[in-house]
Design a protein around this ligand. Structure first.
Ligand code: MCN
Ligand code: CUN
Length: 783
């Protein structure tokens, strides 16, 4: 149950969410709630073809339509040198198509009118003459020598974007040559989409008198967006104010800069009026940052008893028409090389080839921690393949191979330094709590009766919290984060952070950290994010980085305030600074517990009665560059029953034991886990964005692209272990993505386990009932 916001020492307590009253009462302020005087609306014209030459565009009829103020084409943007924009992955992307289109639903023209309806109607009157070109949908075919080269703007000899590798190839091969056991498995992580309830959108408001552009935008990274917009448009950065209001779910979808944003800005600059653009669901699903689409092959070399020696992974990554993946610059495949997971491999070698195809760009989104989701799914799936091959129980096999507690900080064969972990403890708790042995007995009895029951385990390791800035940057912008705290004379606090939450509860959890450090309650602290004119510079909220980075900044910033507070306390208590002690609630004179002052007394004195020579006021800013990433982990167990008649899989139980170090708010962490598990469940069983041969997108709305309802969703059981991060100021690790990273493998492992008696070794996601039904019939199983 939630704890009151007025409690002191709130860290680690389930304080009720400060943001909820406004959301529950419909008082949230999302982009589409904002209506400015004189505002115009924009609608985009999109390509029906996946690959086609643009012969001509006729905008004359649209220009004549009622209410229309402006129609923009790629040629218009080219005249302003804005037809292309840089992507976060060192590629460039068309804002509006010039010459040709490269994917279905690509942006071709923008129509701006007095009302949304007028803009939508007039967009139908933009006539584009296309000459269809051969389409490349399959990334393997895209790499064949006779494949058409898609990107004429780059000097490409093939559709390969990058080849990237990690680990020691020679040493890995050597271990494979002599290994008693080798298993190999092809694993596909389908193309999926974060699909937040609120699609993307913005309002660009250019003031012709002041030259200032206010840009309201659904943004997970407002400061980074401001810098990029300044660099692309040439507008001075202090004349751009980015406001990311309440965000109705991000899940990575709101990290990139989209063509619609740029068009709205151009339109406002040209017309001197505010221009609003809000996507439809179909536009969101078909054209904005998709996720995954990894075709992976993993091989494990092991001893007869299942102890692992080496891992070899080859991956084809389908990036679509532009490489717009939001990865740190030095990591074109994100942090995928964490693929050795929780296991003590001696060597590993990982290769990823990024490929262009005629699909929408994107690549990293949907609770992914920069491709860790793919990595965790792969290793957890293949560990099960190995377990089956060597005939060892999958829980036992994992225990045999875990990196042991004493090995931390652990250096992985692909170069990561894991900060801390206790994998055995977490798995032991999960096995105990779910009643693993009992379940295996039940399964044996059911198998004897011909019933299909499966148990799936995933003991994943996550890696979150980029910085440190020496290794991580996005487009050259170093990855650290920030907090600024101002204590008012009455002891009330406003804190501003460089990140931007989208539902994660920062207004509560970061208030808890600050209140804890200052001897206040959560109620005393307002946390504000998302306005670049007021918040200190930060890189934003994604990759579960907020707690590891801005959370650290908040704690250290509060400690900076406490340092000054201590000096003022000494002055008020009339003792030396070294004689002042802080017990989490009040400051007192050593040995004189009756003489105390609180932060409220100190705050008032900071503005009215500071010691001589001291600067008045009580505020601080802290830019925190973490020394390392944090490595949360978890042990997840799924129990499924399969209906032989329909192929339907019922998830009977699901237990998630997470370890994200020190927990700031257990209720919020549990909520994060529930949400992420529901997404992992959807990915495992119902989500996919397929294309036909002509590049037509076959999942364009929520009738085809499924989002689970409360009725579909299993009941989640959760628990936790706590292994603090040794380098984080309060020992916390991120958690937002863990459940999505860790759960798909548990679901799939459970289904494969249920079908193992039939000789099934792997099924690719999504596991639709028809897929299972087909497998059952192929193996002669009837009702
Ligand atoms: N927390 C905590 N104790 C910890 C770790 C985290 O109490 N040891 C709290 C944090 O303080 C924060 C929340 O849990 O309130 C999530 O924290 P963190 O793991 O740091 O992740 P971020 O805040 O950086 O959120 C990003 C993460 C990502 S990348 C996606 S995608 C995602 C997710 O969060 N998108 C979400 N959860 C989401 N939840 C909602 N409601 N909406 C989204 O769009
Ligand atoms: Cu990759 S989805 Mo989250 O990092 O915003």
């Amino acid at each position: 149950m939630a704890v009151r916001q007025t409690e002191l020492r709130p860290l680690g307590k389930s304080v009720g969410r400060k943001e909820d009253p406004r959301f529950i009462r419909g008082k949230g302020r999302y982009i589409d709630d904002i209506v400015l005087p004189g505002m115009l609306y924009m609608c985009l014209v999109r390509s029906p073809y996946a690959h086609a030459r643009i012969k001509s565009i006729d905008t004359s009829e649209a220009m004549q339509a009622p209410g229309v103020k402006l129609v923009i084409t790629g040629e218009d943007l080219a005249a302003m040198n804005l037809a292309w924009m840089p992507t976060m992955a060192n590629d460039q992307q068309m804002v509006l198509a010039t010459g040709k289109v490269l994917y279905q639903y690509q942006e071709v023209a923008a129509v701006i009118a007095e009302t949304r309806e007028q803009a939508v109607d007039a967009a139908q009157l933009v006539y584009v003459d296309y000459e269809p070109l051969p389409v490349v949908v399959d990334p393997f075919k895209a790499l064949e020598p006779d494949a058409p080269i898609l990107r004429e703007d780059r000097e490409q000899k093939s559709n390969l974007i990058f080849h990237w590798e990690a680990g020691d190839k020679e040493a890995t091969e050597e271990l494979f040559r002599n290994a008693p056991v080798v298993v190999k498995q092809d694993v596909r992580f389908p193309r999926v989409h974060p699909s937040p309830l609120e699609p993307c959108g913005c309002i660009a408001d250019y003031n012709t008198a002041t030259g200032k552009l206010t840009w309201y935008v659904t943004s997970q990274a407002p400061h980074a967006h401001r810098t990029v917009l300044s660099l692309v448009s040439g507008l001075p950065e202090h004349q751009i104010r980015v406001i990311s209001p309440d965000v109705g779910g991000g899940f990575g979808n709101k990290v990139p800069v989209y063509p619609g944003y740029v068009c709205a800005v151009v339109a406002s600059l040209k017309l001197g009026r505010p221009v609003k653009w809000i996507e439809t669901r179909t536009e969101n699903t078909t054209s904005t940052g998709f996720a995954r689409d990894y075709h992976m092959t993993a091989e494990i070399a092991a001893e007869e008893d299942g102890r692992v020696l080496a891992l070899r992974v080859k991956t084809i990554a389908d990036h679509g028409a532009f490489d717009a993946a939001a990865d740190p610059s030095k990591f074109p495949a994100g942090l995928f090389s964490i693929v050795t997971g929780s296991y003590d491999f001696k060597e590993a070698f990982v290769e990823v080839d990024g490929v262009y195809t005629n699909k929408a760009p994107g690549g990293v989104a949907y609770r992914c921690s920069f491709r860790v989701t793919e990595a965790a799914y792969l290793i957890e799936r293949v560990m099960d393949v190995l377990a089956r091959r060597v005939g060892v129980d999958p829980a036992e096999l994992r225990k045999r191979n875990f990196i042991r507690k004493e090995q931390f900080p652990y250096k992985s064969p692909t170069g990561w330094t894991y900060d801390s972990g206790d994998y055995e403890k977490t798995l032991a708790l999960a096995l105990e709590k779910i009643g693993y042995e009992e379940l295996r007995k039940e399964q044996a009895e059911k198998r004897a009766r011909g019933e299909l029951m499966g148990i799936g385990i995933s003991t994943f390791t996550e890696v979150v919290g980029a910085g440190p800035s020496h290794t991580f940057d996005i487009m050259g912008i170093k990855m650290f984060d920030s907090a600024q705290i101002r204590v008012h004379p009455t002891g009330k606090v406003i804190a501003r952070l460089g990140v931007r939450h989208q539902g994660q509860g920062h207004e509560t959890t970061f208030a808890q950290i600050i209140a804890q450090e200052l001897g206040l309650s959560t109620d005393d602290v307002i946390v504000e994010e998302g306005d670049t004119d007021t918040a200190p510079y930060g890189l934003g909220t994604y990759a579960s980085r907020s707690t590891p980075t801005a959370g650290g900044a908040a704690a250290l910033c509060a400690r900076r305030i406490r340092e000054k507070a201590k000096k003022i306390a000494a002055h008020l208590l009339e003792v030396g600074e070294e004689d002042v002690v802080f017990d989490g609630v009040a400051f007192s004179a050593k040995g004189l517990a009756s003489r105390t002052v609180t932060m409220k007394d100190i705050a008032f004195a900071a503005y009215t009665n500071v010691p001589e020579g001291m600067e008045p006021g009580l505020e601080a800013t802290y830019y925190y560059d973490p020394p390392n990433l944090t490595f949360p982990h978890g042990a997840y167990i799924a129990v499924v029953d399969i209906d032989k008649g329909t192929g339907a899989v019922k998830v009977r139980r699901f237990l998630a034991v997470d370890d994200c170090g020190t927990v700031i708010n257990p209720m919020i962490v549990e909520g994060q886990v529930h949400g992420g598990l529901t997404e992992g469940f959807a990915i495992a069983f119902m989500q996919d964005i397929p294309f036909d041969e002509d590049g037509n997108c076959l999942a364009t709305n929520w009738m085809d692209y499924l989002v689970p309802t409360a009725l579909d969703t299993p009941k989640w059981e959760t628990d936790r272990t706590v292994t603090p991060s040794p380098h984080h100021p309060i020992g916390a690790k991120g958690v937002g993505e863990s459940p999505n990273v860790g759960s798909p493998a548990a679901f799939v492992n459970a289904v494969v386990d249920a079908l193992a008696p039939l000789g099934v070794e792997h099924i690719d996601m999504p596991i639709y009932p028809w897929k299972v039904w087909k497998i059952l019939r192929e193996h002669g199983v009837t009702e």
